[in-house]
Write a protein that binds this ligand. Structure first.
Ligand code: PGA
Ligand code: ZN
Length: 410
């Protein structure tokens, strides 16, 4: 039974103001912080009410707290439905998605505490024993690098050949370090700068970034004997001006067709296995065309779906992608995100549980990924907000003492 709630203003690792919610039960408690995005999808729930964080706190005290007190916390669906009912809009524009998601996740943590379980067991049940591979961000561009890096937002690696989670995390760290070494050697202007997600920022082109990453991956893969795949998050909505894709770094604009061909040739040239948001968030058609061409690679929708089951349903109908990014905060509650996960899995889609660029010291995302049985967790590589999730995966691996196994990627 929920006996008391609390809320405070706190910060993400980027310094964004956000909220932390505490849920107290008769016999346990939990807290959670809402992360904050920078390249937000148009169809995400609203982060704060119009008046900002103070209004969110006010609304929480006035409506959310009295509404939830006395409820059975074990019934996560009922708690999350109550949040929807208190708000009354689909996109949480009254209480704000930050309040909704922090409350929903804190409830999971409180239930775990009261039952003597870990959060991943509350979300995924007693059979949750699959550890996701960490998808790591090595070089960054786009909005996360203030428009000064390459035009695509993220250059990613997936150590899918690692036999255990420790080796997977270590491999990502080693590639990140190696990329830094190569950049320092090849780019005289590189000063070791890292962006919002701890990825290296350098004034280089997309092709240069992929070349540097390819060499780093080759070197580390040979040294550690681990197979590593390459990927990108183009975050194309950030490049789309309504008519063309603006390549700021390259100083030119590409028509939708030229951009499509560019994406296609990059996938082939660098053998990418993971391609997120290659087109802007309304272009289901181009997604479908690309997915049909590259059936054996992960074509992933982030801004395209915004973890929204209705958006994903359109994607499934149009055969737009074969994977969906899951960010609980995009849709506001654990229950809603779970609904999207079920829809994805029932239709043969892969799921990738993801952090935000403005994330926190919390490791809860690791529990969400294991609980949702995701084969991949997108959580960056360097910086405490990113390492918090990786370290929590290491702890979960130990907690499963012997029955943990790595997800199947290929
Ligand atoms: P974000 O984007 O800045 O909105 O968190 C990250 C992503 O596009 O995956
Ligand atoms: Zn993305």
């Amino acid at each position: 039974r929920i006996s008391r709630l609390g809320i405070r203003k706190v910060f993400t690792g980027r310094g964004d103001l956000t909220v932390e919610v505490e849920v107290h039960l008769d016999d346990g408690w939990g807290r959670a912080i809402a992360p904050a995005g920078a390249s937000r999808g148009k169809h995400e729930v609203k982060y704060f009410p119009d008046e900002g964080v103070d209004a969110a706190i006010d609304v929480f005290k006035r409506w959310v707290e009295p509404g939830l007190i006395g409820m059975d916390a074990v019934n996560q669906v009922a708690v999350d439905k109550k949040l929807e009912e208190i708000d009354g809009t689909w996109d949480f524009s009254k209480i704000g998605g930050a309040v909704a998601v922090a409350t929903s996740m804190a409830n999971v943590v409180a239930v775990a505490d009261s039952k003597g379980l870990w959060p991943y067991q509350v979300i995924g049940g007693s059979l949750a024993n699959v550890i996701p591979y960490p998808l790591g961000n090595t070089i960054g561009g786009g909005k996360h690098s203030r428009g000064l890096g390459p035009d695509y937002q993220e250059f990613l690696i997936l150590p899918y050949g690692a036999p255990d989670i420790y080796t997977a995390v270590y491999t990502n760290m080693e590639v990140h370090r190696e990329v830094g070494r190569i950049l320092a050697k090849e780019d005289p202007t590189f000063a070791g700068g890292r962006n919002d997600e701890g990825a290296w920022t350098a004034k280089i082109s997309t092709d240069k970034a992929l070349e540097v990453l390819s060499s780093a991956v080759k070197e580390v893969s040979r040294r550690l004997g681990v197979e590593i795949g390459l990927g990108i998050d183009a975050a194309s909505s950030s490049m789309w001006n309504g008519k063309a894709y603006v390549y700021t770094n390259e100083g030119r604009e590409l028509t939708p067709r030229e951009h499509f061909e560019r994406i296609k040739s990059i996938i082939e040239k660098y053998d990418l296995i993971y391609i997120e948001d290659p087109f802007h968030e309304e272009d289901f058609q181009s997604f479908a065309e690309l997915t049909a061409l590259f059936k054996d690679r992960l074509i992933v929708g982030d801004d395209l779906f915004t973890t929204n089951p209705d958006r994903l349903a359109i994607g499934i109908r149009e055969k737009a992608t074969n994977a969906v990014l899951i960010k609980v905060d995009q849709i506001g509650t654990v229950t809603r995100a779970h609904e999207t996960v079920r829809l994805a899995l029932n239709n043969g889609y892969r799921i990738v549980v993801s952090h935000r660029s403005g994330d926190t010291e919390s490791g809860l995302l690791a529990h969400i990924a294991v609980g949702f049985k995701a084969p991949i967790i997108k959580t960056g590589i360097m910086g405490s907000e990113r390492v918090a999730k990786a370290n929590e995966l290491l702890r979960i691996w130990d907690h499963l003492s012997g029955v943990a196994r790595m997800a199947k990627i290929k």
